[in-house]
Write a protein that binds this ligand. Structure first.
Ligand SMILES: Cc1cc2nc3c(=O)[nH]c(=O)nc-3n(C[C@H](O)[C@H](O)[C@H](O)COP(=O)(O)O)c2cc1C
Length: 442
């Protein structure tokens, strides 16, 4: 950890904060997770916040994710010389400084104009692997160009177009991604109450589709669509008369032009893209291909032909699916319910973890996300047997509040709290955080 000293990162962060407090300075990015969410709400538009914070239905899964952490209590041991704590883990053949990674978060431009590039810089500064989202606001090439050699993985949503899937995976490999994470819980979009009430879907406005608009295979699909419609003389379709400039169209054209610094679709900047049928056709093409609810285990086998990178499946919650995943030769699992954004009233990720781990039997790493709000939560997930822990919404909130510095602050606080929790619980390495570090809450 670059900014920890001999005392460990927890004490380093504490002393930095308290020292600044002597001259009246408080953290710009709140440490408390509820205050952090509140600050993000203030920093964003109502629609953006609804998208970032919201979940499916009555958001019972989101509540369950939190409640699951509350049902476990950390059981401390004393007098065990914890003056040095080692937070490192082994994951996918590499030593990692901490057990954290940044889960993929799409449409980061809703939080901050620097979007994914700011997250990439923060992740690189802290040496925490960043899982680049398939629904990013910036292309993977643009983001990874700012990350030096820092660790990144790529998250794939399996579209209904295999050539496009292959293109994404090959680009990710070329960008130095170390693994492909296939998210399996979003083959249909969840029933997102807040977004429905706001009638707001960022993708339909051209936000969060930068991986697509920067892709050569996707560009061909869009051009084909435009020529098809032109040949059919579709009035008002993607090739119809010049579009009327509405605020929504302006947002999409801006977003696509910004996202597609190297887009094969954008040629001539914002003005040209406003006049062109391509941005609108890009959005429609995206909405057509985005997800494939017909996907099965057999389809996954194709991925092995496209890449030699490790493959992880995200959204595996059931032990039988975990067993099936192992049979199909995957290299890791992410136990996640997408932060409660997909099914209302689903089993909490932390509750699903033990049965999945039992079935996996240590053969592949298992990452846990959904509901993690600090280092003590991470401790609990590790104690139950997770190999690593994904941070989701909190870093998006940090991004909203203070850009890259905000992401860095949030992630550093998670690491600092884990470090101190370990020390206080009498554990000086991640390997020492076992099931005996927890008691079930009465
Ligand atoms: C705004 C937002 C966008 C997300 N976008 C993606 C995505 O593009 N791909 C993906 O696999 N998961 C996505 N997720 C899910 C996260 O990767 C992660 O599973 C979730 O945030 C964990 O729950 P938590 O935020 O409550 O901790 C998104 C989550 C949020 C909040």
């Amino acid at each position: 950890m670059s900014d920890a000293d001999d005392r460990g990162i927890g004490r380093a962060v504490q002393s930095e904060v308290y020292r600044a407090g002597l001259s009246g300075t408080r953290p710009t990015v709140p440490v408390d997770s509820v205050a952090l969410e509140r600050a993000a709400r203030k920093a964003t538009t109502a629609e953006a916040f609804a998208y970032l914070a919201g979940g499916a239905g009555a958001e019972a899964t989101m509540a369950a994710n939190r409640a699951a952490f509350d049902r476990w209590r950390i059981w401390p041991r004393v007098l065990r010389d914890v003056s040095r704590r080692d937070l490192s883990i082994e994951l996918l053949g590499r030593r990692r400084a901490t057990p954290f990674l940044l889960s993929p978060i799409g449409v980061a431009e809703l939080a901050h104009p620097e979007a994914d590039t700011a997250v990439g810089r923060a992740a690189a500064a802290l040496d925490v692997p960043y899982v680049l989202s398939n629904q990013a606001s910036r292309s993977m090439e643009e983001v990874t160009a700012e990350m030096g050699e820092a660790s990144r993985w790529f998250q794939l949503y399996w579209s209904s177009h295999d050539e496009l899937n292959e293109s994404f995976v090959r680009r990710a490999e070329a960008c130095g991604c170390e693994a492909i994470v296939v998210t399996l819980d979003t083959h249909l979009l969840g029933w997102r109450t807040r977004d429905l009430d706001a009638a707001f879907l960022p993708f339909s406005r051209g936000q969060g589709i930068a991986q697509y608009t920067s892709d050569p295979v996707f560009a061909d699909l869009v051009r084909e669509r435009v020529s098809r419609l032109a040949a059919g003389g579709a009035a008002g379709g993607a090739a119809g008369p010049r579009p009327r400039i509405t605020p929504a169209l302006l947002v999409s054209a801006l977003s696509i032009a910004r996202a597609g610094a190297r887009s094969p679709l954008i040629d001539g900047g914002i003005r040209a893209s406003l006049r062109s049928p391509l941005p609108r056709a890009a959005i429609e093409t995206f909405l057509d291909v985005f997800a494939d609810p017909g996907l099965t285990w057999e389809d996954l086998a194709n991925l092995r032909e496209w890449t030699s990178l490790p493959i992880l499946l995200k959204g595996v919650m059931h032990p039988s699916d975990a067993a099936r995943a192992l049979d199909s030769g995957v290299d890791g699992l992410v136990v996640s319910n997408h932060g409660g954004r997909q099914i209302d009233g689903a089993v909490a990720s932390l509750d699903a973890l033990p049965a999945v781990l039992e079935r996996v039997g240590g053969r592949v790493p298992v990452v846990l996300d959904s509901g993690v709000r600090g280092g003590a939560d991470a401790f609990k997930a590790l104690a139950l047997g997770a190999t690593a822990v994904g941070i989701g919404r909190p870093y998006a909130y940090g991004l909203a509040v203070a850009g890259a510095a905000g992401v860095r602050a949030v992630v550093r606080n998670h690491i600092a709290e884990l470090d101190l929790t370990m020390g206080l619980a009498g554990r000086s390495s991640i390997a020492e955080i076992g099931r005996d570090s927890l008691a079930a809450a009465p």
